[in-house]
Design a protein around this ligand. Structure first.
Ligand code: GTP
Ligand code: MG
Ligand code: ZN
Ligand code: ZN
Length: 395
């Protein structure tokens, strides 16, 4: 049986190794109540210093276990590596880790915030799906730190702190659920999703890379966000007033792609001449700043499809369009690298905000107007067979 991967620490283990955390309720049959205390494992791995009842080992393939000390049954299953509480039915459902990476300032935090918002709302309506934070921490952090800023106060989010500066911070973990075939006995299909908001700089430092290695190597798929404005050739195409990154400060998209590739090849034991067998979505962010340079009829400017399946033809048109743009933007090295080292890749063009922000870090139109943000994610879900996809009309 294949190993499971913890959505919180990316540790790998067998289902049987899953641990249990006692409920901490008063004992049964004259047995004492188990005491709560800070859990050194949880504190070390995820920086959580709060007190919890003890963890014990039992058959992790079962959904509950009896704690001998207090005689009580518990359904609170925990990761053997970091002691995080695992999502309900973990190990019985699909669990997919999608890594979101990109250079500093490429738009990762804005993208993650808007993507999750879209998954809850418009994508939910389109696919009959729901997205719920898997734990209290995720629900609270997403709402307080991300959603309220962008959707409530219309402010951009501050640059993400590096791993070294912020210490450990757990990823956001969600349950994506979709009703089955619509029949009466519709079974829900659930996918556990884990998002880790990396700081772009973390791809530059040794500590940062170490943290990212386990994250990237455990991921089932990668979304690599690329800021088209970081490519020199787009300078004259950028809408007037749209902020551009300081070229001396950000890494080129090809450098980031090369680094990820070099990191994964040994980690995944790719044979010489072989390819990395994880799908990678290379998504150009901030396309709003380049609207006017794209043809009126461009597939990238077209609104995303609304049908309850992934539209393959539409996606391939966007893919081809971006590939052609890459040539214009002196980015053909990116395509060569993807062809050579990655078994499955696709290009996307999107905008999280819909319009360039103001200089003082606010939304210029006052509202978030996302464009095609869910595309890369839906492509990956369709690759995982978590949502249906249409057949391409030409092959
Ligand atoms: N035009 C435009 N600009 C965007 C968009 N999303 C983000 N930006 C700009 O890009 C800047 C960086 O965005 P972030 O989301 O903080 O980027 P990041 O990749 O998380 O950056 P680090 O955390 O420093 O690695 C923002 O301050 C915005 O100015 C977008 O959809 N359109
Ligand atoms: Mg960030
Ligand atoms: Zn874990
Ligand atoms: Zn107990």
């Amino acid at each position: 049986m294949s190993l499971l991967v913890c959505p919180y620490c990316y540790g790998r283990f067998k289902e049987k190794a899953i641990g249990f955390r006692c409920t901490g309720r008063p004992g049964k049959g004259g047995k004492p109540q188990c005491k709560t205390a800070p859990d050194p494992v949880l504190r070390k791995r995820l920086g959580d210093p709060r007190p919890y009842p003890p963890v014990f080992q039992a058959n992790g393939a079962k959904l509950s276990a009896h704690h001998v000390d207090c005689g009580l049954e518990t359904t609170n299953r925990v990761c053997p590596e970091c002691h995080s509480r695992l999502p309900t039915h973990f190990g019985k459902n699909e669990s997919r880790l999608i890594a979101l990476v990109g250079a500093k300032y490429s738009g990762k935090t804005a993208y993650m915030t808007v993507l999750l918002h879209e998954l809850k709302n418009s994508v939910g309506a389109r696919f009959g799906s729901s997205l719920l934070g898997a734990d209290d921490e995720t629900r609270k952090t997403y709402r307080d730190r991300y959603e309220d800023a962008l959707y409530g106060r219309h402010e951009l989010l501050p640059p993400t702190q590096t791993a070294a500066a912020r210490g450990v911070s757990p990823p956001l973990v969600f349950n994506f659920a979709r009703a089955g075939d619509g029949s009466l006995r519709a079974t829900e299909r659930r996918t556990v999703l884990s998002f880790f908001d990396t700081a772009g700089e973390d791809l530059n430092t040794v500590e940062g890379i170490e943290q990212n290695v386990s994250y990237l190597a455990s991921a089932d798929a990668i979304i690599l966000l690329v800021d088209p404005l970081s490519m020199r050739a787009t300078k004259d195409l950028t809408a007037p007033g749209a902020p551009r990154p300081d070229a001396s400060d950000v890494e080129s998209p090809l450098d980031v792609l090369t680094r990820i590739t070099e990191l994964l090849i040994p980690e995944l034991k790719v044979k010489p001449g072989g390819k990395i067998d994880r799908p990678i979505a290379l998504a150009f962010s901030k396309m709003d700043a380049l609207w006017d340079s794209l043809g009126e009829e461009s597939a990238v400017r077209r609104p995303a499809p609304t049908s309850p399946q992934f539209e393959t033809d539409d996606s391939l048109e966007v893919h081809d369009y971006i590939r052609a743009l890459l040539d214009d933007w002196d980015g053909s090295g990116i395509d060569l690298a993807l062809q050579r080292y990655w078994a499955k890749y696709r290009y996307f063009g999107l905008s999280a905000l819909g319009a360039p922000p103001t200089d003082d870090g606010r939304l210029s139109t006052g509202v978030v107007q996302p464009h095609r943000v869910a595309d890369p994610f839906l492509w990956l879900l369709s690759e995982f067979k978590a949502i249906p996809k249409s057949k391409p009309s030409k092959s």
